[in-house]
Design a protein around this ligand. Structure first.
Ligand code: F6R
Ligand code: ZN
Length: 190
């Protein structure tokens, strides 16, 4: 394999050239937001884009690194801010680094044993996600929230466990401010 470089647009979060752009609309995240009634009401009228992520396809092997940028749109479903689905890595003993590029948001992390942590992210903040921590990003601002991610080539994604349990805490807007509250629907993994 040869070396290469990419151009990263800090305004849109897109790579040039990129291999794949994934779009996640509300219909792709059924049941992930707390307020299912608001979700259904919105889906009856439209299917808004929640986030997109741009990936460079690299070998899914130990020794390589994967590169991705994500752009989460501003908005809420009921009181809950737009967010990513969130995942553990398929190889759970792998870590990840996120770098905030634009907008503002929050990184939510949890382990399968029920430990929870969060880090506020804005432009220039680097967050280190250690092995075994599931992770989700949330846009708490009024503009697109853009961040860059680097993770091991063979990390992979495990979405199923987050789909089953949800996150222990969720980010909602109260008095125009983001507030982290316990997720009444959170289930500890069996
Ligand atoms: C990769 C990673 C990010 C996310 C992206 C979309 O391990 O953490 O590149 O894949 O932000 O979020 P998900 O994958 O949760 O839909
Ligand atoms: Zn990840």
């Amino acid at each position: 394999m040869r070396s290469f470089s990419l151009l990263l647009d800090f305004k849109t979060g897109e790579f040039t050239p990129h291999d794949r752009i994934n779009m996640r609309k509300l219909s792709h995240m059924k049941g992930m937001f707390f307020d299912t009634e608001s979700e259904l009401q919105i889906l009856r009228k439209e299917d808004p884009l929640i986030y997109s992520f741009s990936e460079k396809i690299l070998p899914e092997e130990n020794g390589h690194l994967q590169l991705a940028t994500t752009t989460i749109q501003p908005g809420k479903i009921g009181e809950e801010y737009f967010m990513t689905k969130g995942h553990y890595h398929r190889r759970p003993d792998t870590s990840e680094v996120y770098l905030g590029m634009g907008g503002e948001g929050c990184l939510l992390m949890q382990t399968v044993d029920g430990d929870f942590d969060s880090i506020e992210i804005r432009q220039g903040v680097i967050a280190y996600i250690p092995p075994y921590w599931g992770h989700r990003m949330v846009n708490t601002g009024k503009t697109p929230f853009i961040f860059f991610a680097i993770y091991p080539g063979d990390a992979g994604h495990n979405y199923g466990d987050i789909e089953r349990t949800g996150f222990k805490k969720i980010l909602v807007e109260r008095d125009k401010k983001p507030v982290l509250i316990d997720n009444p629907r959170w289930k500890q993994r069996d």
